[in-house]
Design a protein around this ligand. Structure first.
Ligand code: F1P
Length: 345
């Protein structure tokens, strides 16, 4: 009764999204994409905006599902809507889907739970196959949503003539290195545990980044908030001087994500700005980018990878750090207070 459930995959450098019925002509005719979601799925949507706009040159609007239906959204018949939800049951996300449907636009769902309400009510579905998400705070659900954003962006980019089959082949080969890199990052456990011990009693933590790193900063900051109950904020690093910089005091922990090559120098400058106000800075940078080590107090290196795919790697040290901070503070990591796995009211 449910839509076909074939995994999205890469075969010999070709992206196979067999579940969706979009022809190249359909993809060429897309006027605008609205990606709608809540929480971590909304952060995956922001990654999607950066990647789809760059690879496929389609304008993307990212909406919070909890706001969408209250703002009289303008949808064109050639727009499509992508709904992202791990559970496929989040009430606000389902309500947003129904609003988009009422306006007659085509809906593509990205969900984890097969046969969930959002999957059933959408025109097309891509399943993330993250497996059961046991803990309330999502981790692998987010990572698989981000991976699907990359695949869709490349698929759309190729159909619209912005990426050649050869370029897609090269990109997918790089994407296939991501699982191995994640394994490698998971071995940084001890280092992050020590860091978490040292900062487990911080009052405020700021996470900064630019471009896709900003989307990851939002997700990293949310992980810390939801499982360790430390107040944390994410800022686009360029916004610091528009107010946030006043909040930096002696010893404030700032995590600076600096893995976008063209923006690296700018991040190094932002680190200098917060250091000058007394911040303790932990930077996340690509291996080989050592300039930041001269200004930050500690650097966590991720493997060298295309800027777009960094979102799959940056988030790992943030998740592990949040996990150890929560343990250190005696919090229930799997079942944080006041949260539910799927928010249905
Ligand atoms: C959205 C979400 C999750 C979060 C928590 C509450 O859920 O905000 O991102 O971790 O579980 O709900 P979903 O629509 O992706 O299932």
């Amino acid at each position: 009764a449910f839509k076909a459930t074939i995994s999205p995959r890469i075969v010999d450098g070709e992206i196979k999204l067999d579940n969706i019925k979009y022809t190249d002509e359909d993809i060429k005719n897309i006027n605008r994409i609205h990606i709608i979601a809540c929480g971590s799925a909304w952060h995956a949507a922001i990654v999607g905006k950066y990647v789809i706009e760059d690879y496929a040159r389609i304008p993307v609007e990212v909406d919070l599902a909890s706001e969408f239906r209250y703002r009289n959204p303008i949808l064109d018949k050639n727009d499509i809507c992508i709904i992202i939800s791990q559970s496929g049951e989040t009430a606000d996300t389902l309500a947003a889907l129904r609003e988009a449907k009422r306006q007659g636009i085509r809906i593509l769902a990205i969900v984890n739970v097969v046969g969930s309400s959002i999957a059933r009510e959408s025109d097309d579905v891509l399943y993330t196959w993250a497996g059961p998400e046991i803990a309330v705070a999502t981790t692998k659900g987010y990572s698989t949503q981000v991976a699907l954003m990359y695949l869709l962006a490349m698929k759309f980019g190729q159909a619209r003539g912005y990426l050649s089959a050869e370029e897609v082949k090269k990109l997918t080969a790089e994407l296939e290195l991501v699982p191995g890199y994640i394994e490698k990052l998971l071995t940084m456990d001890e280092e992050l545990k020590e860091l978490a011990k040292a900062h487990a009693h911080a009052n405020d933590v700021f996470v900064i980044g630019r471009g896709i790193d900003y989307a990851v900063a939002l997700e990293g900051s949310l992980k810390l908030k939801e499982i360790s109950y430390i107040h944390s904020e994410a800022y686009a690093a360029g916004e610091l001087k528009h107010g946030t910089i006043s909040l930096i005091e002696e010893g404030t922990l700032v995590v600076a994500i600096a893995t976008q090559d063209p923006l690296y120098e700018k991040l190094v400058s932002n680190v200098k700005e917060v250091k000058a106000r007394g911040a303790y800075v932990v930077a996340i940078a690509k291996e080989g980018n050592t300039e930041i080590a001269e200004v930050a107090d500690k650097v966590i290196y991720i493997p060298q990878i295309n800027d777009k795919f960094t979102a799959s790697l940056n988030v790992i040290p943030m998740q592990i750090f949040s996990y150890y901070v929560a343990i250190e503070r005696g919090c229930d990591v799997d079942m944080p207070r006041n949260l539910a796995k799927s928010v249905t009211v």
